[in-house]
Write a protein that binds this ligand. Sequence first.
Ligand code: NAD
Ligand code: GLY
Length: 363
Amino acid sequence: MATTDTLVRIALDERSYDILIGSGLLGRAEIYDGLPAGRDALIVSNTTVAPLYAERLADALSGRYARVQTVVLPDGEVHKDWPTLNLVFDRLLASGCDRKTVLYALGGGVVGDLTGFAAACYMRGVPYVQVPTTLLAQVDSSVGGKTAINHPAGKNMVGAFYQPLRVVADIDTLASLPPRELAAGLAEVIKYGPIADAALLDWIETNLDALLARDAAALTHAIKRSCEIKAEVVGADEREAGLRAILNFGHTFGHAIEAGLGYGVWLHGEAIGCGMVMAADLSARLGLIDGAYAARIEAIVRRAGLPVAGPRLGAGRYLELMRIDKKAEAGEIRFVVIEAPGRAAVRAADDGLVAQVIEAHTA
Ligand code: NAD
Ligand code: GLY
């Protein structure tokens, strides 16, 4: 078994796996010990990340596989789609890759979600490993087995639950991340406080400057704690029968922003940050939390460098987009709300009240 200073385990019976978190992991061959070896590994990456890290990963894997290839996808949320997914299948088939081939997702959440879906589908399922290189992917998307591509009508609408064999989160990769992307990742870190761990929000408030300065100890703590919370939730509800939906705090509003503006105009984390401000305000208007707690969440989101006012699409358009959300039931929109600091629930809300929230938080 690979070793690292920081390890979080996802307990899912025969689908259990480890998240390795630390510095310099990506290029160390022993980090991949215990994973299936064989003829083929395919690294799936994109035009931004591959030039930075693919060779290092390929070198580390070279002792385990006879062939290590890299397929380089176009970069961006707008490419999380069928034609890009097909580029992965094209390469696998053109190279005669069999069902023992192991895919390695090297990149942010877009590459991770798309590679996971490709792995779920190719020859009805091949193993894959997540090697996340954005903060967002290290704290959220690489963990838990949600894989998907977008449909023009809705975000992540076509996908599968399919767990990776391991997650290798090398914090050194965060050094090359643009500041806007770092902030986007912080949105998903902030998320875990209100929904699951009130003390984490206190810690973030105190350590936000260190996180923005990419302090290694602060980042490692944030990633570890985020993964621990996600591991607990996913371990209890892998396929989102109930509890797992709390991980979507801010996502109902956020996905509407992403789909409404067109994918990639706002970063996913930016939309989620703003969506959390809206969802916190909705929780306050529903009388679940006091306005001060909602204001505190807004202040942290703002300090992280994220937008706190959504685009003026009009309340009607937001509501229309939110009805396509995966949590909607028979056309009724359902929101993740905060019931108390560190505790979330899913519930419906009156359209008029939601419209008030949207009016108050769009500019
Ligand atoms: P992303 O994958 O688009 O990456 C952001 C940008 O950073 C891209 O341009 C990428 O090429 C670049 N990049 C990546 N690593 C880099 C590095 N180390 N140095 C420099 N540039 C780097 O976006 P993201 O924020 O990582 O992920 C967002 C996606 O994740 C969305 O599609 C969202 O739906 C999905 N998501 C999925 C889950 C899940 O549970 N599966 C959870 C949250 C988000
Ligand atoms: N990011 C939401 C989930 O993994 O369930």
